[in-house]
Ligand binder design. Structure first.
Ligand SMILES: [Zn+2]
Length: 420
């Protein structure tokens, strides 16, 4: 039994003896002609667009702001857009990226907002596509970075992190009793301290942890312990050529699957016409090729990113971009947890540090690490400001042989117990 959609007539055995049958034959013919025409139309439109695109003609379309009216990449804004993608891949949020873009002073970026930035991040025009058609525009970011951002976007869907702030430690120092963040509190004559947020609010659900820990000590602990985490987080971002290609392949495969899915819908709607079948076979062949390439990459070995590269990048972040370093550390799930008895636990460590109080005569903070007592000369607020200013100066190129960061890595390994 067949029911055609447009007249709701039912055709069955009885139809065979009636005029209905002729009607049905006519309808089938009509449907075939219709689908032929439809696919011709689809292909004609596609070919025309593609031809125009291939010939490098300006394609009239709503394009992102880094493409000008002639369809050309605006060189002055391209590095800033690329920076935005890199910042997002490094863990910064849209709002912060937005602010950075506005602060760049570029006239095209003065009214940029978070929603726009979010749209950029998923817009394939960034890698030169026009919709599904590749190589129409000059790409503003490499494919590898674009797909890394897509991964970061899907990761961010399922986790909520504290917004990275100007204080490197914010969001990294937690209360061991209630789990909330520790906040920085400044004092006129002594160094800044950090304490539990809910304690500071003094509400009923406030926390029993009233211990204030010197910010300077927490920074000291951060410097001594965080490098292995930075190393791990950066390893995911500083990719080898193999890894970059693999990310590209994953992204392209996902695109192909979507396009194959779209074609399948078209086939379901208008039937398997030769042109569509040809396109489908092409896409399937492309998919097979990429899958084979991925297999080869999986089987071959690749040089890892060198520790020196990672140290240089960390040095650069520390000097020029503590916000990014904060984001990286959050991403690597680095945390410092403080308890009211003065114990300070660094994530992953098996022994706590301990804050034992302020020694007035020595003007020092007293703390314990691995059973041994140490003193840290307190920086007065004015000294701290001076130090912050000095820290903001760009560092000279680090020389890894004498780099104390290397010893920090070794220390990180020792703390984790793998003797090297
Ligand atoms: Zn608390």
């Amino acid at each position: 039994m067949i029911v055609t959609l447009d007249d709701a007539l039912t055709y069955d055995q009885k139809s065979a003896n009636s005029n209905h049958l002729f009607l049905l034959v006519a309808k089938v013919q009509q449907a075939y002609i219709y689908s032929e025409r439809l696919s011709d139309l689809i292909n004609a439109a596609y070919d025309k667009k593609k031809r125009a695109a291939k010939e490098g003609k300006a394609v009239k379309r709503h394009t992102p702001m880094w493409i000008d009216k002639e369809g050309k990449l605006i060189e002055s804004v391209a590095p800033l857009v690329r920076q935005a993608f890199e910042d997002y891949a490094a863990g910064l949020g849209e709002r912060r990226i937005c602010r950075r873009l506005r602060e760049s002073g570029h006239e095209l970026l003065q009214t940029i907002n978070g929603t726009t930035v979010k749209r950029w991040l998923t817009n394939t025009t960034a890698i030169g596509n026009w919709g599904e058609i590749p190589n129409v525009y000059e790409p503003v970011v490499p494919k590898e970075l674009f797909y890394r951002v897509q991964e970061q976007l899907s990761r961010n869907k399922d986790q909520k992190r504290s917004a990275p702030t100007a204080y490197l430690l914010t969001g990294l120092v937690k209360c061991g009793h209630c789990g909330r963040n520790f906040n920085v509190k400044k004092h006129p004559n002594t160094g800044a301290t950090m304490q539990c947020t809910s304690r500071a609010r003094l509400t009923l659900d406030g926390c029993s942890n009233s211990k204030s820990i010197p910010k300077q000590l927490l920074e000291h602990i951060r410097v001594k312990t965080s490098l292995p985490y930075v190393e791990r987080a950066l390893a995911g971002q500083l990719l080898t050529e193999h890894q970059k290609r693999k990310i590209e392949i994953e992204g392209e495969l996902e695109d192909l699957s979507k396009r194959i899915g779209n074609l399948a819908n078209t086939i379901a709607a208008i039937g398997l016409v030769p042109e569509i079948q040809e396109q489908l076979e092409q896409l399937q062949a492309q998919r097979k090729q990429l899958q084979d390439e991925r297999l080869i990459l999986d089987r071959s070995t690749d040089d890892a990113v060198s520790t020196n590269t990672i140290i240089n990048v960390e040095h650069d972040y520390l000097a020029n971009d503590p916000i990014k370093l904060n984001a990286l550390l959050q991403q690597a799930e680095y945390s410092i947890t403080c308890f009211s008895n003065g114990e300070i636990w660094v994530s992953g460590d098996e022994h706590p540090w301990k804050y034992k109080g302020y020694d007035r005569s020595a003007k020092s903070y007293v703390y314990e690490d691995l059973g041994q007592e140490y003193r840290l000369l307190m920086l007065r607020p004015e000294h701290q400001e001076l130090l912050d200013r000095v820290n903001k100066q760009p560092l000279p190129e680090p020389t890894p042989e004498f780099n104390d960061l290397l010893s920090l890595i070794a220390r990180g390994h020792r703390r984790r117990g793998d003797d090297a």
